[in-house]
Every structure is written in C-alpha cells, then in structure tokens.
Design a binder for this molecule. Structure first.
Ligand SMILES: Nc1nc2c(ncn2[C@@H]2O[C@H](COP(=O)(O)OP(=O)(O)O)[C@@H](O)[C@H]2O)c(=O)[nH]1
Ligand SMILES: [Mg+2]
Length: 270
C-alpha cells in the first residue's frame, strides 16, 4: 500500500511539512606550520557545528608535520560509511595564504557542493566557538559575514597598542574611502554563500585579499554583516607575518595601497 492508499483508506488529511534544509558548511583551514594548533581547531570547529559541516585543511607541505596531525584528526572524525568530515589537501608546488584559501573555496564549492564556505586563521586566535554566529548570519540572509574586532562587542586582546591603533586607523581609512560595508576590512574570519565565491575570486597578497574581496562584494551589492568577536593571542607557533612594529608598518603600507587601488577601481566602474 502506498502513502496515498493509506490516506484514502483511513481518510487521513494530507499534511505537508516544509522544513528548511540545513545548509552544508565547509570551513577552509589554511596552514603553514600549525602543528600544535590544527587538531584543536578541527575539533573546535566540528564540535561547535550547527549544520552539516566539513573541514578542508589546505597545507603547503608544512615541514613541522602539520599534515600528520590533520591525518590523525581525520582518522578520529571520518567514518567509512559517510562522506569525510575532515579533508587534507596538501600543496607541494604552491605557497601563499590567498591561493590556499582560494584552492579550498574551489574544492568546497565545485567538488563538495557546499552552500556556505568559511575560513579562519589556524592559530586559535579566532575562537571556533564563534564560527556558528557567522554561519547563522549567512543563514539569516547575509551574503558574507565578517568576524569584526572594531565594533561594539568585538576586541583585539592579541596585539599591542601600536598594532591595534594601526589596524583601527587602516579600517577607518578603508571605510571612508571604500564605503562602510564592514568594520573590519582586514578580518580574515569570514563566512559566505557559495554564490558569492562563484562570482568573485580572491586576489592580492596576504591580508590585502580581504580588503579587496569585501570592497568588491559591498560595491557589487552583496549584503555584508559584521559579527563581533574577540581576537585572542595565537595559541602556539609563530606568526607568518611577524609581530614587531616594523612588520606591522610594512603590512600597513600594503593595506593602504590596496585601499587606494580598490577606490580607483570603484571610481572607474561607476
Ligand atoms: N597554506 C598556507 N597557509 C598559510 C601560509 N602563510 C600563512 N598561512 C596560514 O594563514 C593563517 C594566518 O597566518 P598567521 O601566521 O596567523 O598570520 P598573522 O595572523 O598575521 O600573525 C594561519 O593559519 C597560517 O598557518 C601559506 O603560505 N600557506
Ligand atoms: Mg593569525
């Protein structure tokens, strides 16, 4: 007997239930020498997940053995009868943060069919417990959600006064020149709809890619939502961009020139 036969025989009303399908989320974790952070981060992301959630680690063949730690985590999380939740993608012939994130996005969107893609640093400075709030913001209608330090509820307790002042100043400059699309153009803690990444590819170097992506997305009419979070100190290992005033000033110079070129691009296209 089919369902319809049962209904006809017992005069049952037809009840249709429209439950929203949960989004499938894929988090890209770009790593270079994050041996002592990566397993904790993978566990944190998957334990806090609010929807079907997978992790892709894009590791540039880290000499410290990060890949082996990911392999161990995959053994714990993956089941033979289900799609893998932890995927390790090792690159041997390419290096760099922007291309690593883009590589992960391509795998997530075009190979795994993810609805929402997120990424974050793998030093535990961006708490994985905050990730669901970014995912929720996208599920609630934003095209991109940005973990933001420079707004009410957000903060940076990882860096000293000079680095914080420089970051705030650059963000003020970016908001003034590019537009008030976000409070944290240099965030690097992002979640977004797959459709956005089908339309926009990452470009530019470390950190600059984030200014460039958020500016182009805002200018193209996508909805950006800021989600406050508190950036905490790196848990273990070393920063790849350096942590002294000279390093911050050098980063700042690249950020300022990116803001200028984005602004010029906006003017040329409008
Ligand atoms: N795959 C890959 N990841 C990188 C590379 N450089 C940095 N990362 C990762 O990018 C993230 C940000 O780097 P981090 O050292 O935290 O920079 P900071 O936040 O400026 O101090 C971390 O997860 C790094 O492991 C790279 O060349 N390739
Ligand atoms: Mg970091």
């Amino acid at each position: 007997m089919t369902n319809d036969d049962w209904r006809a025989t017992y005069h049952l009303p037809l009840i249709t239930c429209h439950l929203p399908m949960p989004s499938t989320v894929c988090t890209i974790l770009p790593t270079y020498n994050e041996r002592d952070n990566i397993a904790l981060l993978i566990d944190g992301v998957l334990e806090n997940a609010i929807t079907p959630h997978r992790v892709i680690v894009v590791d540039d063949n880290s000499p410290d053995g990060t890949g082996a730690r990911v392999h161990d985590a995959a053994q714990r999380w993956n089941r033979p009868d289900a799609p893998p939740r932890v995927i390790l993608h090792t690159r041997v012939d390419q290096k760099g943060l922007t291309s690593a994130i883009q590589c992960g996005i391509d795998l997530a969107v075009y190979t795994l069919g993810a609805d929402i893609v997120t990424w974050m640093d793998c030093d535990l400075s961006m708490p994985p417990a905050d990730l669901p709030r970014l995912v929720r913001a996208v599920e609630d209608g934003a095209d991109l959600a940005i973990g933001s330090r420079w707004m009410a509820g957000g903060a940076d307790v990882a860096h000293d006064w000079s680095a914080r002042t420089l970051s705030r100043t650059i963000n003020l400059f970016a908001r003034t020149l590019i537009g008030p699309y976000t409070h944290d153009y240099t965030s690097g803690f992002v979640a977004g709809r797959a459709a956005v990444f089908k339309a926009l590819r990452l470009r530019g170097g470390y950190g600059e890619y984030c200014i460039d992506l958020l500016a182009r997305a805002g200018h193209a009419g996508y909805t950006l939502a800021d989600v406050p979070y508190i950036c905490v100190p790196r848990s273990a290992g070393e920063s790849k961009t350096g942590a002294n005033l000279g390093d911050y000033l050098s980063k700042g110079r690249h950020y300022v020139s990116t803001v200028w070129s984005v602004r010029r691009g906006q003017r040329a296209s409008s």
